[in-house]
Design a protein. Structure first.
Length: 734
């Protein structure tokens, strides 16, 4: 971008071209004054401007501080970094201001009378003493009160925005803060600036803390210590998945985060204050943030309610199951029959089993049974039933397997990315009567609580998943806790239906579940290959295997690795495999993002949820097109859904020839390569390897050190999470 540095332009706002909910404006501005000779060509012209604003009107004079830039699409425009509303100082402009309609009961005639008597300092005179208005013939006491109150509010809101900017907030942040607190903004800031973290999701502890310190808040200020405790607990939960902590665990983190040694009595005082305000919940010696404790107790209360709901009447369910067998031309085993029967009888049911046990077969039967018993047309079935999954790829696979529409839980709950809130919630529930969630091991505590809040207490709920897979990325282990409590209806699918097809892969998975490393399964058939090699040769061997799949569909071939760094990590593998699958070509456009070169036809993975574009964390796509001029844009094809990216969200994806095992959850691939080296030691544990192997349907390649595999299979302790759902279901909420 070419740009001229200037101090300001001054003039009148004309109108908006665009305005977002968070205060971002693209508009037109008539320039009356500039701060540099080089900009005189803009005098008395109307220009385009952009920036974040609390309010703009076409009456006031504004001073915009910023710079002119050449936008790749919209041309020359003024980018506003800060702005100032100037009070009218000439009598004519004050008359125009007072008679603008902003002040009830004040027309042009009354406005002229006010200005003729009170003079050019009319506005300050009114603000200093509104009774001065009673000197004006025709001005009533009501006129006086209305005019003064409106003018005072008008001044207060604007002054607040200016003060927020002076403190250190950006215009965008200032808008968020003022729109949340309104006239209480400055009071909140003066009382406890850290309250903003609690109330406004997009404002982080680190951001607020930096502003607070710049404005001379003491490092050992009690409100700072309180905020750090909540911040630390949330960060630890996101990292380790625990729902509660012990006090001795928090103290070292408090000192580290605050960069001081905090006196013990201050920590105790902060904890007392947090518990008094119920931001921190302490049960025995367990410390919970309020939101986590409430989420866990809500889940337990709802599950207890569902479990105490009377079963449906049998209604000759066995006859229906026989009809299902005829319809699908299948014979269900006893486990499957029980799961199908309980899907009708029970209000809440968990169906769990490993790969090849027929979970998809069961889901098809459940929907057909529900449709048949309730005599529903296909349209009515879709109206009453919701098929959900935690990820976009899992939802798509669910839809393909059942021939019914499926959605991510976030999409179903209508997640708003700007507010980080769900629009389907306890105050606006979904009318769906039957909810079935696949890949339920991936559901974290907060998401499950939100889902339960968003559906009717009368809705039937079925969770389907493999409890031996990795737990959710977010905190908690909901599926495991519900099953281990023995307080819920659980149907276990144990018989292998894919024993013949891919038998070595599935047998390996089941051996790993038991803690066994079965080397005799390797290299017997084409479906399971172990390539032994040194750490330094792993990448070469990956390349050799991958080269044989260059013409394979990007959706069906995947490399899965435990870590991003090291020579055999995800980042390095991606660069090497890209040169095989998508080599540099003059016909393919390239773009550099954060020192990484992306080119057309690259395989990429989505890193964040973008519900407006129907693309979610973990979705895999192909870069279809890159444009560099007149503007930078990247178009990515996610299974037919073409999503446009601009520089503002270029960091929302990365290369995906190799992806993390966590990111692969909810997906299946025909061919999978997994590197195994001791350098991954801190990430090698049983559930991780089990999850990786169960992503593969047809051909699995393990490359590296057999001892690394043994180490992972033997390690069943690396992912133990401290949660309370199981305990609460067994012992009650205390």
């Amino acid at each position: 971008m070419n740009q001229d540095k200037i101090e300001f332009i001054k003039g009148q706002y004309k109108k908006n071209i665009f305005q977002s909910e968070n205060g971002y404006v693209i508009g037109l501005f008539k320039v009356k004054e500039v701060s540099a000779e080089s900009l005189e060509r803009y005098l008395n012209t109307t220009i385009t401007f952009t920036g974040y604003f609390h309010e703009l009107n076409d009456i006031d004079t504004y001073k915009f501080y910023g710079k002119f830039v050449n936008h790749e699409r919209y041309g020359r425009q003024f980018q506003v970094e800060n702005y100032e509303r100037l009070k009218p100082v000439e009598k004519d402009s004050i008359v125009e201001f007072l008679s603008s309609g902003l002040f009830k009961g004040i027309g042009e005639a009354k406005a002229k009378k006010i200005v003729n008597i009170l003079g050019k300092n009319t506005l300050d005179t009114i603000l200093n003493n509104p009774n001065n208005l009673l000197l004006i013939p025709g001005i009533t006491s009501k006129n006086k009160d209305d005019l003064y109150n409106t003018l005072k509010e008008y001044e207060k809101s604007y002054d607040t925005i200016i003060k927020l900017g002076n403190i250190g907030f950006t215009p965008k942040e200032s808008m968020l803060i003022y729109n949340f607190y309104k006239e209480k903004t400055l009071e909140i800031l003066n009382t406890n600036i850290y309250q903003l973290i609690k109330d406004i999701d997009t404002l982080s502890f680190n951001r607020i803390d930096s502003i607070a310190l710049k404005n001379s808040i003491p490092k050992d200020d009690l409100t700072r210590i309180e905020a750090s405790i909540i911040y630390i607990m949330n960060e630890l939960s996101n990292s380790y998945g625990h729902s509660y902590y012990y006090k001795h665990e928090l103290i070292p983190y408090i000192n580290k985060v605050l960069s001081i040694t905090v006196e013990q009595d201050l920590i105790e005082e902060a904890i007392t204050k947090l518990t008094t305000n119920q931001d921190l919940i302490i049960k025995e010696d367990r410390y919970y943030v309020k939101e986590m404790y409430e989420a866990e107790t809500y889940i337990v209360n709802r599950i207890n309610l569902l479990m105490h709901t009377q079963d449906n009447k049998d209604n000759n369910i066995n006859d229906y199951i026989k009809k299902l067998e005829e319809y699908f031309q299948i014979n269900y085993n006893k486990d499957q029959e029980l799961a199908i029967k309980n899907s009708y009888l029970k209000k809440f049911l968990i169906i769990t089993g490993g790969p090849g046990t027929g979970k998809t077969t069961i889901m098809k039967a459940i929907f057909e049974l529900y449709r048949e018993i309730n005599k529903l047309t296909p349209e009515k079935l879709i109206e009453k039933v919701a098929l959900l999954a935690p990820t976009g790829r899992a939802a798509k696979r669910m839809s393909e397997q059942t021939n019914l529409p499926a959605a991510t839980i976030h999409r179903f709950l209508k997640w708003n990315k700007d507010t980080n809130k769900f629009q389907i919630n306890e105050y606006n529930k979904s009318p769906k009567e039957f909810i079935i969630i696949d890949e339920a091991s991936m559901i974290d505590t907060y998401l499950f609580a939100s889902l339960l809040k968003g559906i009717s207490v009368n809705a039937k709920i079925i969770l389907v998943g493999d409890v031996d897979q990795l737990p959710s990325v977010g905190p908690g282990q909901v599926l495991s806790d519900l099953i281990e409590s023995a307080k819920t209806n659980v149907c276990w699918l144990n018989e292998l239906y894919r024993q013949k097809e891919n038998s070595n892969i599935i047998n390996l998975a089941y051996d790993i579940k038991k803690g066994i490393t079965s080397q005799e399964l390797f290299n017997v058939d084409e479906d399971l290959t172990f390539i032994k090699c040194s750490n330094n040769d792993v990448l070469t061997k990956i390349e050799e295997v991958a080269e044989t799949y260059i013409d394979y569909s990007y959706k069906n071939f995947q490399i899965l690795a435990p870590m991003y760094k090291t020579i055999n990590g995800i980042d390095n593998i991606n660069e090497s495999i890209e040169s095989l699958f998508n080599p540099k070509n003059k016909q393919k456009k390239e773009i550099t993002i954060s020192n990484i070169i992306y080119r057309e036809n690259d395989k990429v993975i989505q890193l964040t949820n973008m519900p407006d574009d129907n693309v979610y964390n973990g979705d895999i796509g192909i870069i279809e097109k890159i444009t560099l001029s007149p503007k930078k844009e990247i178009y990515i094809d996610f299974d037919g859904n073409i999503v446009k990216y601009t520089p503002s969200n270029f960091l929302n994806f990365k290369k995906a020839y190799a992806i993390s095992i966590h990111k692969s959850q909810g997906s299946e691939f025909d061919v999978v390569i997994i590197p195994l080296v001791k350098n991954f030691q801190k990430m090698l544990y049983r559930k991780l390897i089990y999850t990786a192997i169960t992503r593969c349907k047809k051909k699995l390649y393990l490359i590296g050190d057999i001892n690394a595999l043994k180490l992972a299979v033997a390690n069943d302790d690396s992912n133990i999470r401290r949660t309370s759902i199981k305990k609460m279901l067994l012992e009650g909420i205390k």
